[in-house]
Each structure stands twice: as C-alpha cells, then as structure tokens.
Write a protein that binds this ligand. Structure first.
Ligand SMILES: *Cc1c(COP(=O)(O)O)cnc(C)c1O
Length: 396
C-alpha cells in the first residue's frame, strides 16, 4: 500500500537514506527518532492546524480557471498556494518544523536559502516564535536578491554570506550543515525542501501534504469526486509537488506530471533538469539523481527561476519517475515566461516563475474533455517582477 512512501530504513526504492558524516549522526538520529511521534501528537496537530488557518490563511482556494479549461479542452483547477502568507507554499513547512524544533527543546534555528524565499519563510516563523535565526546564503545570491536579504534582516535574522564554491545554494547548504555539526545541542536545521538526509524528505512531505489533503476535500465538494485525472506541479527540490501528490500516490488513476527547469534547453549545458540529465549520486546526505560530471563533482545548475535551480531532486520524486509512477517534463525559460504572462492576462494572476513552469507543461499534454486537472500554483510573482519587466518586450 505504502509503496511510494519512505520505508523503515529511510529509502524510497533505491533513493534516499542518510549519508552523513559521523559528527551529524546525533542530530539526525534525534530528529529521526522523534519526528513521527511529534507529528502525530494531538497537541502538535492542533497547534499546526491553527497556525495554518489563522496565520498562513489556509485552506488555500481551489480555483477553476475558465480560460485554461477552455484552452486545453478540460477542467483545470489551480491550487492557490500563492495566496499563503509570505507568498508561497514554503511557509507550510517552516511553521511545521519550528513547532518540531520547539518540542525538541531547540532555541536556535539555521537554514539555507538560494533566492531567499525559504530564508524569508524561516525568518518569518522565527519572528513568530521568538527564536534566534541564522540564514546561510551564497554571496552571489546575497548580491542578486537584495530585497529578500533586507526582509530577512528586518524580521530579525542574521544572514551569513557564503564565499565557498560558486557561492550559491549548494554552498549555502554545505555551510548550514557545517554549522549544525558544531551546534548539535541547541540548534535545529530547517531544510526548505524534500531533500537532505532521512528523515527530512519525509518530514517535509508530511508537512506539505496539507495541500493534497485540501485538494481531496475541495474536489469532492466541487466535482463530487475526490480524485482528479492529473496533478501538475513544478519541482526544484520537490516540496510543493510532494505536498500536491502525497494523498494521491496510491490512486493509480491519478497521473502525476512534474515540471522541471529546462533552462536554455536540457542539452544546452545550462539547465536544472536534474531528473532527465542527472545520474545516481549523493548530495547533501541523500542518494538521489544528481547533476554531476564524470568525476562525481556536482555541476552548477541553471534556470531563470531561482527556486528551481537545485542540482539534486527529492528521493521521493527520483523513485516516482524511475518506477514510472510520475512523468517528468522539462520546461525552458522562454516557455515559462510565456506561460507567466499568459496567466497574468487571462486570469489576473501573476504567478511565480517556478509555478509558471508547471503552467507551461500543460501545453505538452493532450487532455480528454472529461479530464479534471489540478495544478499547484506554488507561489506569487512579486519576487519575479524585475525578471518579468526585463523580458516583457520580448513576449508580446
Ligand atoms: C522554492 C519554490 C519552489 C521550488 O521548491 P520545491 O521544494 O520544489 O517546491 C517552487 N515554487 C516557489 C514559489 C518557490 O518559492
């Protein structure tokens, strides 16, 4: 029954596990031994649900787009994670993890961030819970994402620029792991996606699974049928996708489509299409598909969308694609931009560039008139306005 969820040893098929240095063993084991009991306790559930409702603004609406439905000749619903507090799905995970950290008696929170979205979501919940917050961010990203850096600082976080490697997300993650090694007693590391050593992929997937829990209820209300024909989501590390599909994994009739970032084309050498061009390797404590060269060195990913350019992918998704439970479609920069401008004009919704990858993937599938499609709009486009303004003239 549970064939697509994590097994007792922390694996999804051949992917997953916890490939960590000895020095991290204690922190990861502490979390592994306690997370399920915490997540399943009535007090945790009550506090989590209450914050999701009153602070995040859940349930997020399930919106039928008449334009997209007409265009694709079926029914297309958008799951509006863009309407959450802080503008994306990431807050579901950071709220949940800070409640876990509190129960573990931690007082100090660390996080990694690429574009700054996870950093902002973490700094937000640290302000809410009055916890110390340190965010590691590659120096290149610090310079590229000045507004998010300022936001995190305004929220009370300390942003530490990382100058190793290419000074981007992968290097920030390494630095956060190093910090955790040095501070195992008082510190919890809030990972931002379904990546990292077990139990993180499962922990993050469970916290994000509220998305599919709501979709089932909302579809039942609107369609008298809880199960759609298709689910679409973009994948960076895979957390909004994991949340979208979690409660549908064993419904064999639900087709799962994952949109990854093709960048300038998957054969261009500038892409983040990890599932299609990656090979089995280990990244940040997890065995999964990784973009790497022949020597096993991680290669730098590229996408116009900062949230999608991670050189790995969640082990859940690696397994789903390898076992053919899910289909993966690469969407290039220009296709995502086009889809973002289209939704803006058709529905008055400016989507995040990441979410626009999922929208563009709709064009690559043909639907039957009876099909019910749910696509998760993972975030809003505020953070991408500069990019949109820059490309606007090339779109029309
Ligand atoms: C971070 C981010 C993503 C990618 O992360 P996942 O873990 O793959 O969901 C997608 N959309 C938005 C809006 C994001 O901020």
């Amino acid at each position: 029954m549970q064939k697509f969820l994590v097994d007792k040893s922390g694996f999804y098929g051949e992917f997953g596990g916890a490939y960590i240095p000895e020095i991290l063993h204690r922190c990861v084991t502490e979390l592994k031994d306690s997370y399920l009991e915490i997540l399943e306790s009535e007090l945790f559930k009550k506090e989590f649900e209450q914050l999701l409702r009153d602070y995040v603004g859940r349930p997020s609406p399930l919106y039928l787009s008449n334009y997209l439905s007409h265009k694709h000749g079926c029914k297309i619903y958008l799951k509006r994670e863009d309407l959450n507090h802080t503008g994306a799905h990431k807050i579901n995970n950071t709220i949940g993890q800070i409640l876990v950290a509190k129960r573990l008696g931690k007082t100090r929170i660390i996080a990694e961030t690429g574009a700054g979205q996870h950093g902002v979501a973490t700094a937000t919940v640290c302000a809410l819970m009055q916890m110390q917050c340190i965010v590691y961010m590659g120096k290149t990203d610090v310079e590229r994402q000045a507004v998010n850096v300022k936001k995190m600082e305004m929220l009370g976080a300390t942003v530490i620029p990382v100058t190793s490697g290419n000074m981007t997300l992968k290097d920030a993650t390494n630095e956060a792991i190093r910090d955790w090694c040095c501070n195992p007693i008082d510190t919890h590391y809030i990972i931002g996606s379904t990546v990292g050593p077990h139990p993180y992929p499962d922990l993050v997937a469970r916290l994000q699974s509220v998305i599919s829990e709501e979709i089932r209820k909302q579809l039942l209300e609107k369609e008298n049928h809880a199960v759609p024909d298709y689910l679409f989501a973009c994948v960076g590390g895979g957390s909004n996708a994991a949340g979208t599909i979690y409660h549908f994994l064993n419904d064999d009739d639900v087709k799962i489509v994952l949109a990854e970032a093709g960048g300038k084309g998957i054969d261009s050498g500038e892409s983040a299409a990890t599932i299609q061009i990656g090979s089995v390797g280990i990244i940040h404590g997890c065995k999964t598909l990784v973009m790497q060269n022949e020597d096993g060195q991680i290669t730098e990913p590229y996408s116009i969308s900062a949230g999608l350019d991670y050189p790995g992918i969640g082990p859940i998704h690696a397994n789903l694609v390898t076992t053919k439970r899910a289909q993966v479609i690469a969407v290039n920069d220009d296709e995502a931009l086009q889809a973002a401008f289209e939704l803006t004009r058709s529905d008055g919704i400016i989507p995040a560039l990441e979410s626009a990858h999922a929208l563009a993937a709709l064009d690559k599938v043909s639907f039957k008139p009876s099909d019910i499609v749910v696509l998760t709009l993972s975030g809003r486009g505020e953070k991408d306005l500069e990019t949109y303004f820059k490309y606007e003239s090339t779109i029309h």
